[in-house]
Design a binder for this molecule. Structure first.
Ligand code: 0O2
Length: 209
């Protein structure tokens, strides 16, 4: 298996998708509007993680492309829960890729306490040998959900997936606290957005002075 050759189109897909989704954010900025996108990141799954997942799920090398959906991963982080669904709708309207599956782990959180909205897409990459369609996963979540997931991911790594019961239970509490934070922030969303609009205007003014 030549990993560099195998991963090259995934690297290209991640780079292109980051540019495209960051472009959506920029369009809101030019229009001096609240952007439902706070920031966008992306990564190609490390080879060791691909191998771990393949081993856990009993996936042969020949099926990696079809069965591991997140070799190319994009993360869109939002301020508010409503923003997640605005981003989902924008993604549904795009015609540069096809949506294969949507997983709403916000209304149905995972057992761990994980919340996020996942969209699995089929993305066409132009290669020197012609078009290659590959799978990519777009994870859309709030800043609070991202904070929780990042910390839980580190703990999972530290404990090799066997987080002690007490820590697990604290993580579940933290997940609920993060969700309540999102709910509280949603209730004062318009206040926050007005404040941010004033801030933006002031900055624009400074730039033109
Ligand atoms: P990494 O290191 O982020 O790449 P499943 O069979 O449903 O358990 P599947 O089919 O891989 O798993 O899909 P799923 O669960 O919809 O999405 C997989 C990715 O979502 C994970 O990739 C994580 O990035 C994220 N995720 C899912 N569940 C959790 C969770 O409980 N905690 C955290 N922190 N992230 C989660 P990987 O390959 O597991 O990991």
């Amino acid at each position: 298996m030549n990993w560099e050759t195998f991963l090259a189109p995934y690297r290209q897909a991640v780079d292109e998708l980051k540019v495209k989704l960051k472009g959506m954010r920029a369009q809101y900025e030019y229009g001096a509007m609240h952007s439902p996108i706070e920031f966008v990141t992306g990564r190609v799954k490390p080879i060791t993680s691909i191998l771990d997942k393949a081993r856990k799920k009993d996936i042969p090398y020949s099926n990696l492309e079809d069965e591991i959906q997140d070799i190319a991963g994009i993360r869109v982080v939002c301020q508010f829960v409503d923003d997640i669904y605005a981003v989902v709708n924008m993604i549904r309207m795009r015609n540069d890729f096809d949506i294969l599956e949507e997983k709403d782990y916000i209304t149905r959180k995972k057992e761990s306490g994980y919340r996020s909205y996942h969209i699995i897409i089929e993305y066409p990459v132009e290669t020197i040998e012609g078009e290659k369609k590959l799978l990519a996963e777009i994870q859309i979540r709030t800043l609070a959900m991202n904070f929780w997931a990042t910390n839980e991911h580190s703990l999972n790594y530290k404990y090799s997936g066997q987080i002690p019961a007490e820590v697990k239970s604290r993580l579940k509490n933290a997940s609920e606290a993060a969700f309540r934070l999102d709910e509280e922030m949603s209730k004062i969303k318009s206040e926050i957005q007005e404040a941010q609009a004033i801030f933006r205007q002031k900055n624009d003014q400074k730039d033109t002075d």
